[in-house]
Ligand binder design. Structure first.
Ligand SMILES: [Zn+2]
Length: 298
């Protein structure tokens, strides 16, 4: 999986816009939060091309080339429930060698290799971008024979938590994206920070991209993060200005934020979190929790 980039990050950290920008290069194919293929019912899953996944020609071609059928997806769902879990990682003491030897992980990664090969075949692109973001999935991929490059989408705790607490509409399921409590938004942020930092300490290739730097100067920021491993990739993206990018000719993301359905020029602009969106009590609570987290994770 050395031709794989995995975005690890908490929700609302800019992973969808980053993926859309990267997908503008014909060397790279972004597939969104690809674990949705087995974590959610595939029939109702909307691909960013506008078709459901079973009707999308790209996914039909990728899955058939990978020889992944409904039974394999069911098996992936089972494996996900047993080995792609923080509990499992704790039992293995976060030892990548031990994790790599677990039969469940071996099987899971074998299916991932096939899946990504299918995606390469269907797209003609050499590099696959998986934006699943979750920490346990990152650990499983890190335990494979050829671990991916991890793009750590970092956004400060206050903005992530505040952004979670604002409602957002999800067209693929035709409902409001669920709004977690302050505590679970904070916990999610911690878990991902912890996972990304631990993987970096274990010598994995982790490039951190701060959302504010990305929004301010996307091209140099991505260049610094990716050029060491994928020379020329950032320059091969379809830049139309300092912060504007023409979308890729094809884009088949299975899950991410609703912007993935947007066909227009990608305009990278900082998403300001406005205090007026919240009651004074909630604004204060977010501020206090975030201050603690930022002190721990500088
Ligand atoms: Zn599609």
């Amino acid at each position: 999986m050395d031709r794989l980039i995995y975005i690890i990050g908490s929700g609302r950290s800019g992973s969808t816009v980053m993926e859309r920008v990267l997908n503008s290069s014909d060397r790279l194919v972004g597939v969104g939060e690809v674990h949705a293929l087995w974590r959610l019912p595939i029939d109702g899953l909307m691909c960013s091309c506008g078709a459901t996944v079973p009707d999308c020609t790209f996914w039909r071609s990728a899955l058939s080339h990978a020889e992944i059928d409904a039974d394999d997806l069911a098996e992936l769902a089972e494996l996900e429930a047993s080995v792609i879990r923080n509990k499992f990682l704790v039992r293995q003491r976060y030892d990548l060698g031990k994790i790599a030897r677990d039969p469940g992980i071996v099987r899971f990664n074998a299916l991932q290799v096939r899946l990504f090969d299918g995606v390469r075949f269907a797209s003609g692109a050499e590099i696959v971008l998986d934006s699943s973001k979750a920490g346990p999935r990152a650990w499983a991929l890190a335990a494979s024979e050829r671990p991916p490059v991890f793009l750590h989408a970092y956004r400060n705790a206050r903005d992530v938590i505040a952004s979670w607490r604002k409602p957002k509409f999800e067209p693929s399921t035709n409902s409001l994206m669920n709004k977690p409590s302050l505590g679970s938004a904070a916990l999610d942020w911690i878990k991902v920070e912890q996972a990304a930092r631990s993987l970096a300490r274990r010598g994995q290739r982790v490039s951190r991209v701060n959302y504010l730097d990305f929004a301010d100067a996307p091209r140099p920021t991505l260049h610094a993060a990716l050029e060491p491993w994928f020379a020329g990739l950032v320059d091969s993206m379809d830049w139309r200005g300092e912060r504007d990018v023409a979308p890729g000719a094809q884009y088949h993301s299975v899950l991410g934020n609703p912007d993935r359905f947007d066909r227009g020029v990608i305009q990278i602009r900082p998403q300001r979190v406005v205090a007026q969106d919240f009651s004074r009590g909630e604004a204060l609570a977010i501020q206090s929790v975030a201050a603690v987290l930022q002190r721990i994770y500088r």
